[in-house]
Design a protein around this ligand. Structure first.
Ligand SMILES: [Zn+2]
Length: 165
């Protein structure tokens, strides 16, 4: 976990949002997060979803992901049947919520049967990536454009908190 990630995770659960003149405190992270989010609403909503896992956050971002999917569909010339784009958007969003491979739980190696411990054998389901495989190329296209949301937000926070000069 990076310093920024740690600070954000702590701040989002903080019960002390007092400000300090010279030290960077939780309130500064929250402020920077809000400002970073204004410049990229989709990234901001996705960040809120994965950090809170709140049902409301899922339904808040879903229309934005559908809108994004419609744009990607046009640009990449997807072959889609009528009304298929929302389903693709939902699959991509579900992947962001549960990205870990269901077989190895993100660890990349197969488990020794019945022990829960890892073997030295690469997971056959994800081929060692630890990520849930995405079969539909259109879902992969969409993911490629939205899955960097956390680094977008964290870079925005870092710029605002630690930029000097
Ligand atoms: Zn796996």
């Amino acid at each position: 976990m990076s310093l920024i990630e740690e600070g954000l995770t702590r701040s989002l659960h903080s019960s002390d949002l007092r400000w300090h003149a010279t030290r960077t405190r939780d309130v500064d992270y929250i402020t920077a997060l809000g400002m970073a989010g204004m410049h990229d609403k989709l990234a901001s909503k996705l960040y809120r979803l994965v950090t809170t896992m709140a049902r409301s956050a899922y339904f808040d971002v879903l229309p934005d992901v559908m809108h994004k999917a419609a744009g990607v569909a046009r640009r990449r010339g997807w072959k889609v049947a009528d009304g298929e784009v929302p389903g693709i958007a939902r699959q991509a969003l579900d992947h962001l919520v549960r990205p870990a491979c269901p077989s190895c739980h993100g660890r990349g190696f197969a488990e020794l049967a019945g022990t829960g411990r890892l073997s030295g054998v690469v997971c056959g389901c994800c081929r060692g990536t630890g990520k849930r495989p995405v079969k539909d190329g259109r879902v992969r296209d969409l993911l490629a454009e939205i899955e960097n949301f956390a680094s977008v937000i964290e870079a925005g926070v870092a710029r605002r908190l630690f930029a000097r000069g």
